[in-house]
Design a protein. Structure first.
Length: 344
């Protein structure tokens, strides 16, 4: 086996959107993101990983990691993705992930919210990802300790755990307009708003359609609406589709936690199963389409768009399954000399 590589992408902007002003969403500071990167690197070292590629940023995360690197420590060789100019936009995540794929990374760990995970998923090809929560609405990323996630990632990247045993491919929603093709990992919704404005959604009153890859009763964000009406597990190949409307004009109203500290009534006209491979035309002409809770696409009057549930999303690591496999194979334990003497 050649050099073993894993990647780490940390978005400095995650967890800092307008929902800090309209709700009680947590602020995820730069220092903690940098600490998480360092915990990942420490775990990588235990697994014997040769090299870690770390994204660079304008927010201070990579600078803090570089300072820590200068103080020494038991880490793999650390290289920073510095070949692309930084823009302070989602392009930085896309470029870093592509560099990691080109370098032969066996796993990429992504620190961010749903939006960061979505951008990384669009660029990671067949490289498995672990999405760790550092955003606002973390419907897709896992709430995991970085140290444990780092052990799982390192054991997979070094070939000690077969990724086929502990990864699964998730479904995505693909939205196609005349000019763009984008994916969503959790939900796509149509808004009557004319402009993107502040990207984050916090007022459901203007929403007319909602499509979700999964719907969990304990979820956060827009997928929590079908989570209370028609739950659908992540393991299901089907998604859900809802028609929304103004409260007072619909037969159902759901009190939905659409953001941390923000529970809003959402009017629902009806719902149904969204089958893979079925294209659904969106009645979004002149409105806005939001992807994973962020307004992303503005449509001109008369401009059409459609959404399709597709089964070929990113490969995602099941950290719990990976650590169970590590325990089964004894990868993180060794027999001491004292034990060997007793056996003799």
């Amino acid at each position: 086996m050649g050099e073993t590589v894993a990647g780490i992408v940390a978005n400095p902007a995650s967890g800092r959107d307008i929902r800090r002003l309209v709700a009680q969403a947590s602020v995820f500071p730069t220092a903690e993101k940098a600490n998480m990167v360092q915990r990942l690197l420490a775990a990588f070292a235990v697994t014997g990983l040769d090299r870690a590629l770390v994204s660079t940023d304008l927010g201070g995360i990579s600078a803090a990691v570089l300072r820590a690197l200068g103080r020494g420590g038991t880490w793999p060789v650390v290289d920073f993705c510095e070949d692309d100019p930084l823009t302070g936009t989602a392009a930085d995540t896309t470029n870093a992930v592509r560099r990691m794929v080109e370098a032969g990374a066996g796993v990429i760990v992504v620190l961010g919210g749903d939006g960061t995970a979505r951008v990384a998923a669009a660029a990671c090809e067949d490289v498995p990802i672990i999405a760790l929560s550092t955003g606002t609405n973390n419907a897709f990323p896992q709430m995991r300790e970085a140290t444990v996630a780092g052990l799982a990632a390192g054991l997979i990247a070094t070939g000690q755990i077969d990724p086929d045993l502990v990864t699964h491919r998730v479904s995505v929603l693909e939205v196609v307009t005349k000019a763009r093709r984008e994916i969503a990992l959790v939900d796509v919704c149509v808004s009557l708003s004319k402009h993107i404005g502040a990207r984050a959604l916090w007022d459901p009153a203007t929403l007319t359609e909602l499509y979700c890859t999964f719907a969990e009763p304990d979820g956060i964000g827009l997928s929590s609406v079908p989570g209370q009406l028609c739950p659908s597990p992540r393991s299901s190949p089907d998604g859900v589709a809802l028609q929304l409307g103004p409260v007072g004009e619909t037969p159902y109203v759901v009190q939905a936690p659409i953001a941390p500290g923000l529970v809003r009534p959402v009017g629902v006209r009806g719902w149904g199963v969204l089958r893979p491979g079925v294209r659904v035309d969106l009645a979004a002409a002149g409105g806005v389409i939001a992807l994973d809770g962020e307004r992303e696409l503005e449509l001109k009057p008369g401009e059409s768009a459609f959404v399709e549930l597709k089964p070929d999303g990113p490969w995602c690591v099941d950290v719990r399954a990976a650590m169970a496999e590590a325990a089964r194979k004894g990868l993180l334990r060794a027999e001491t000399e004292h034990r060997k003497e007793r056996r003799r």
